[in-house]
Design a protein around this ligand. Structure first.
Ligand SMILES: Nc1ncnc2c1ncn2[C@@H]1O[C@H](COP(=O)(O)OP(=O)(O)OP(=O)(O)O)[C@@H](O)[C@H]1O
Ligand SMILES: [Mg+2]
Length: 268
């Protein structure tokens, strides 16, 4: 479904690439996890796929989606794919929602970017999309501004926006804002449920190797802009080959051990 061949991204000419020589594939229905420390290039990679890099950045290599080269598509051609075929749940809910627009209107804009539906006819679609991601009283909440919602609710609005056009590939970048652990678990459950019912593929980006081992079929470990490990979740759990992957597992086990006693987090 998605294939990257030797993809490198440079933000500014003459600078070191933020990611270099990345090759990976995502099969239909597959859930791929990407883990790695902050700054390892996870979001950069997804921005390259989604044509969401700032101006002046450069992408080398080849990105194909359903057999079609997409990295060289013009903006108007790519727009036809965005959110209908490939959608992203962005990392930063506050920065990703406009503060001056009601959340319902923001969902509507995503719908209307791809379908000619009148403002009035969008209302039931918006309410359905919000209800589906567990937002109570969607007929009231659709009129709320982002700052009137909790962090968890905003994250749900973004998920509703990413799913409303029924994409075939979902790219979920872990929320940067500290959602509390129960909300995080709820959001993850929600995403998994949606994947199951819709049969979508997913790329899940997180720091939490415990989460990926639970959710994903395959795991890629990134470090300093490169892939240091790529294998099935089972393989990696059984036999992590790169020292950094071993470190990640060891750290996750330690965190599991300490938080288990406080009853806050599940052990990976
Ligand atoms: N807009 C930008 N302009 C210039 N450099 C950037 C930009 N965005 C990211 N970078 C750089 O690219 C590298 C990779 O950053 P990226 O955001 O992809 O990391 P990440 O793995 O997503 O980290 P995190 O886990 O903190 O989200 C970092 O060195 C970062 O400073
Ligand atoms: Mg990131």
């Amino acid at each position: 479904m998605l294939e990257l061949k030797n993809v490198s991204v440079t933000y500014r000419a003459g600078k070191r690439p933020a990611v270099s020589n990345i090759s990976l594939t995502v099969a239909e229905g597959e859930r791929l996890g990407i883990v790695g420390e902050s700054g390892s290039g996870k979001s950069t990679l997804t921005s390259a796929i989604l044509h969401a890099l700032p101006q002046g950045s450069r992408v080398d290599g080849e990105i194909t989606f359903q057999g079609r080269e997409i990295s060289s598509l013009g903006e108007s051609q790519f727009r036809a794919l965005r959110s209908v075929e490939i959608a992203r749940i962005p990392q930063d809910p506050l920065a990703s929602l406009s503060p001056v627009l009601r959340v319902g209107d923001q969902v509507r804009h995503v719908i209307q970017a791809h379908r000619s539906v009148s403002k009035r006819d969008c209302i039931p679609l918006i309410e359905e999309a919000l209800a589906e991601v567990g937002i109570p009283e969607p007929h009231i909440k659709r009129r709320a501004f982002p700052h009137e919602l909790s962090g968890g609710m905003r994250q749900r609005v973004l998920i509703a926006m990413s799913l409303v056009n029924e994409p075939t590939l979902l790219i979920a970048d872990e929320p940067r804002t500290a959602l509390d652990v129960t909300v995080q678990a709820q959001i993850l459950d929600l995403i998994q449920r949606e994947l199951d019912t819709r049969g979508m593929s997913m790329v899940l980006i997180t720091h939490d190797i415990g989460v990926v081992t639970e959710v994903c079929d395959r795991i890629i470990v990134m470090r300093h802009g490169q892939i240091v490990e790529d294998g099935s979740t089972e393989e990696l759990l059984r036999n992590p080959s790169h020292p950094y992957t071993k470190q990640l597992f060891a750290a996750a086990r330690m965190q599991g051990a300490t938080t288990e006693s406080t009853g806050q987090v599940k052990t990976p």
